[in-house]
Design a binder for this molecule. Structure first.
Ligand SMILES: Nc1ncnc2c1ncn2[C@@H]1O[C@H](COP(=O)(O)OP(=O)(O)O)[C@@H](O)[C@H]1O
Ligand SMILES: [Mg+2]
Length: 417
């Protein structure tokens, strides 16, 4: 019997840790049975950046991208392989690259989500274009920044309309801070957004296809402590709402791999940052949750390839807007209807059936690997390449502790006494 070979391409920046983990889990997984007794085998490799003909056939069947947000050449290659070659991309390159945070705010406000009040203000400094000054002189109306802030109410956040990685984000408590931050913003285009202050919990959900991990996030901590290991920090109802919001965003924009930040206060869920497609999945930041993320990435990729899942490039927004415009439906009813659309897109039941029948061994494989010496080597190598020498011992111990905890919890889950 001949097997179908699938090559998975990884489009990467400088990261070494998760690609190695992904490749290793894929290798240990081995061939996977498809429909009608077919066999599927997988390999993966880093994609290099080369000239490409627009009619060239790519070697890859699926690509996971963490680079194209930053560079034009791979970005345009992704659009080409999505449009011309049916390569399965975890995120639609059209929405990732043309819709920044701002468009994501607009879309989810349109659907009635509780995105805090947000105003876009014009550039502080002229953009670098010879015609800007004369155009601005004609069209830029003077505006009262203080009045806008008063209307939103303090405290508020000023942050770039296309932000990421906390670049240019500041919390503003009064008019003096408002003007200082605006003067500083220079050539960045800024949102002013009402702060959700004194929230009860910051829930950050990471979705990979039909799986979502909701984690308690501590933004004021250093990177390695931001994700708290905490399993019961949301009521079942709020937890379900957070998952639904993440899946809704992803189904709406055709993203399979995205993280969504929500603030929970007095039983209400406020989404504040959910256009983070291709999010950070570094071992040093995800720690305890790293094995879950790697496993989910492998499982979803294998599922997509074996079942011949096709990426959708059209958004069919009317299906969402019709729900949003249903005057008789409550917020909770709309969320349920959005969840149905998201489920139709991600097919969680079909995915879980597939995992149970074809990938039943993956949990044991990953547990053995994480508990063993190869993973420890990955861990120590990652720490050595991430932190200065005097911090190596501290971070190796820190990560070993958290991954050891995961191994204990996972062993209990898989092999209950
Ligand atoms: N409206 C808000 N209310 C409360 N905190 C906020 C708000 N907006 C941003 N923050 C805080 O600022 C951080 C960075 O803002 P965010 O919108 O997530 O930008 P980035 O895309 O750079 O991560 C958030 O993680 C959160 O801690
Ligand atoms: Mg954020």
């Amino acid at each position: 019997m001949t097997a179908t070979r699938h090559l998975i391409g990884l489009l990467l920046g400088t990261e070494e840790d998760w690609p190695r983990a992904f490749k290793e889990i894929l290798r240990r997984l081995g061939p996977v049975a498809g429909a009608g007794g077919t066999q599927h085998v997988f390999d993966c490799e880093r994609i290099t950046i080369e000239p490409f003909g627009l009619r060239d056939r790519p070697r890859y069947d699926l690509v996971i991208d963490r680079l194209a947000y930053w560079y034009y050449h791979p970005r345009e290659w992704l659009k080409k392989v999505a449009l011309m070659d049916g390569v399965y991309l975890l995120n639609s390159p059209f929405t990732v690259q043309s819709m920044e945070k701002h468009a994501a705010y607009c879309a989810m406000m349109r659907l009635g989500l509780k995105v805090p009040e947000t105003v876009l203000v014009p550039y502080k400094n002229p953009v670098d274009n010879a015609r800007y000054a004369s155009t601005a002189a004609q069209y830029n109306r003077p505006f009262d920044l203080d009045a806008i802030a008063e209307r939103i109410g303090y405290p508020l956040f000023m942050k770039p309309y296309d932000g990421g990685a906390w670049r240019g984000v500041s919390r503003i408590g009064n008019p003096a801070e408002l003007h200082a931050a605006y003067n500083q913003s220079g050539g960045m285009l800024m949102h002013l957004q009402k702060a959700i202050d004194d929230y009860d919990v910051f829930a950050r959900s990471l979705s990979i296809g039909a799986e979502t991990m909701v984690m308690r996030f501590q933004p004021d901590q250093p990177m390695h402590l931001r994700y708290a290991v905490d399993h019961d920090f949301l009521s079942p109802q709020i937890g379900a709402e957070v998952v639904t919001i993440g899946r809704l965003v992803n189904a709406f924009f055709r993203w399979d791999f995205n993280s969504c930040e929500t603030l929970v206060k007095d039983g209400e869920v406020y989404p504040i940052d959910y256009a983070n497609a291709c999010p950070d999945v570094a071992l040093t930041s995800l720690h305890y949750y790293f094995p879950w993320a790697m496993k989910a990435l492998v499982k979803w990729s294998v599922y997509a390839l074996v079942t011949g899942r096709r990426a959708k490039l059209d958004l069919e927004t009317d299906r969402y807007f019709d729900i949003a415009d249903d005057a008789g439906a409550s917020y909770a009813e709309k969320l349920d209807a959005y969840r149905d659309l998201a489920d139709a897109y991600f097919e969680p039941e079909r995915y879980h059936d597939f995992c149970a029948s074809r990938l039943a061994h993956v949990d044991e494989i990953v547990l053995d690997w994480v508990a063993g010496p190869d993973f420890d080597q990955l861990l120590t190598r990652t720490v050595r390449s991430t932190y200065p020498a005097h911090e190596h011992d501290q971070f190796i111990a820190h990560l070993r502790g958290l991954l050891g905890l995961w191994v204990r919890d996972e062993s209990t889950r898989l092999r209950p006494a």
